[in-house]
Design a binder for this molecule. Structure first.
Ligand code: LLP
Length: 463
């Protein structure tokens, strides 16, 4: 899949990839459970309900666009991940996918740990009561203030990302009279996206320290010497939206090789290994993600096999799924504003949001599905492109999909699987007010992140 940045301007549409869509689905009214959150269904009169609540009522109460997050589904996915890995492993939810105080409390209650990658994510986690020892602090350029805050709070691990940071964290920990538990993030020369991965000796990217040329081994050497650090493991994250376990296999093999080198050189067996996140979800009916228990089994087997071969004790495994937990649990609800049929091409359906609430289509050429949710329809399918209201022709929410031909302004349509990296990457482009996140559970709905207001925006503009 292309990840190119699109040139802006009048020819924009010419450079978009074509043919993402397959044939229209047999039943346009069907809500495929693969892409919708678990409590979503159609009511007797054809409306989509989530947690037992009809979307027309939700739209009336909370407005559109809005993200609706299925709390029961979120919690059950947390339990599935924690249960799949069991007590001898750790699941860290990657907060970058979507973080709020309510989410932190759910994670805490369901026994998950949390990965944060900024001082403000850390502040959110601590404010909502996540015990510091269950927090991992990531980032390729943590400021000294952020490091100090994390060490002072007593975070369970800091993932060291560079030679400078090894020294910085050790220094700050020593100043604060403590010893900080740490991982070293290595780049293993694996890049994985969806059904493909590439394994190379080197990796050209900003994160971590390369295994190549003995750099990671040198980082371990330095970290082991510093008083302020207790090096407990090696971390590797290979990419996003991954379905193919082969990338993890190569990554685990290379990390275990490093653990063996460390043992041979220093007589130390590092007790932990973190394989990062990146597990894929279904955005459309064509995607087939594995279940958490299958992933846990595969990863545990891979690490065990590699350690057996190297004569190492099997380290404690951590994983950091973000998208796979929150992604499938939310949908974005929009109201249809205008409908423009372009003869011989497709029909443009404009909604009241757009690239400000979902940048992923424009940024990554991401694919989504969409359904008419305020009613069912017996009309023929029409090929549509769902677009937003921003002043940019690349403002596309769903590139190619089918909606019923009797779609009309005022209808509600919804895009499923928007729980990850949509609200967290939302912007104020064109001074859009970022939509609320509404948690729905057992017949009740409550705002967990409120809609931005004009006053919120104007308050930042100090004139
Ligand atoms: N751990 C580390 C160290 C990461 O860098 C990431 C994601 C994760 C875990 C969680 O990955 P997940 O399981 O959510 O795929 N904005 C992009 C995704 C960027 C992911 C960055 N790191 C998107 O919308 O697809």
């Amino acid at each position: 899949m292309s990840r190119s940045a699109h040139p802006a301007g009048p020819r924009h549409a010419d450079v978009l990839t074509e043919g993402h869509y397959s044939a229209p689905p047999a039943d346009l009214n069907r809500l495929d459970p693969k892409v919708w959150s678990r409590t979503v269904e159609r009511s007797g009169d054809g409306e989509l309900t989530v947690g037992g609540l009809e979307v027309s009522r939700l739209a009336e109460e909370f407005g559109t666009p809005a993200y609706f997050l299925d709390e029961a589904d979120f919690r059950s996915r947390c339990r599935a991940w924690a249960g799949a890995f069991g007590p001898d492993a750790d699941v860290f939810y990657a907060g970058k996918a979507f973080l709020s105080r309510a989410v932190v409390r759910w994670l805490h209650e369901e026994g998950l740990n949390l990965d944060v990658c900024s001082g403000t994510e850390l502040a959110t986690a601590l404010d909502a009561g996540m015990p510091a020892e269950r927090i991992a602090f990531h980032g390729n350029n943590k400021s000294e203030a952020e490091i100090r805050r994390a060490v002072e709070a007593g975070v369970g691990r800091i993932v060291l990302d560079s030679f400078q940071e090894i020294v910085r964290v050790a220094h700050i920990a020593r100043e604060l009279g403590t010893v900080q538990k740490a991982f070293i993030r290595v780049t293993v020369g694996v890049e994985a996206h969806t059904h493909e991965f590439i394994a190379t000796a080197h990796e050209d990217q900003k994160f971590g320290i390369a295994l190549a040329d003995g750099q990671a081994a040198e980082a371990v050497r330095r970290a082991l010497k510093l008083d302020g650090l207790e090096l407990i493991g090696i971390h590797s994250h290979i990419g996003s939206q991954i379905f193919d376990m082969a990338g993890f296999e190569v990554s685990a093999r290379r990390v275990v090789q490093l653990l063996a080198e460390v043992r041979d050189e220093h007589g130390v067996e590092l007790p932990e290994i973190d394989l990062g996140g990146g597990l894929g979800i279904a955005y459309t009916s064509d995607d087939d993600p594995a279940e958490p228990h299958e992933i846990a089994k595969a990863l545990t087997e891979i690490v065990t096999r590699e350690c057996d071969a190297a004569g190492l004790r099997v380290p404690r495994i951590s994983v950091e799924p973000g998208r796979a937990i929150v992604g499938p649990t939310a949908f974005t609800l929009y109201e249809v504003g205008t409908i423009k049929p372009l003869e011989g091409l497709r029909t443009y359906v404009s909604v009241d949001g757009g690239m400000s609430d979902n940048i992923r289509t424009a940024l990554y050429d991401a694919e989504y599905s969409v359904s008419l949710v305020s009613r069912t329809s017996a009309a023929e399918p029409m090929l549509v492109r769902v677009v937003g209201k921003h002043c940019e022709s690349g403002d596309i929410v769903v590139r190619d999909a089918f909606l019923p031909a009797d779609l009309a302004p005022g209808d509600l349509i919804a895009v499923p699987a928007t729980g990850a990296y949509c609200r967290s990457m939302a912007s104020n482009y064109n001074h859009a007010l970022r939509p609320p996140v509404v948690a729905v559970r057992d017949g009740s709905a409550r705002v967990i992140v409120r809609r931005e207001t004009e006053e919120d925006l104007l308050r930042l503009d100090v004139g």
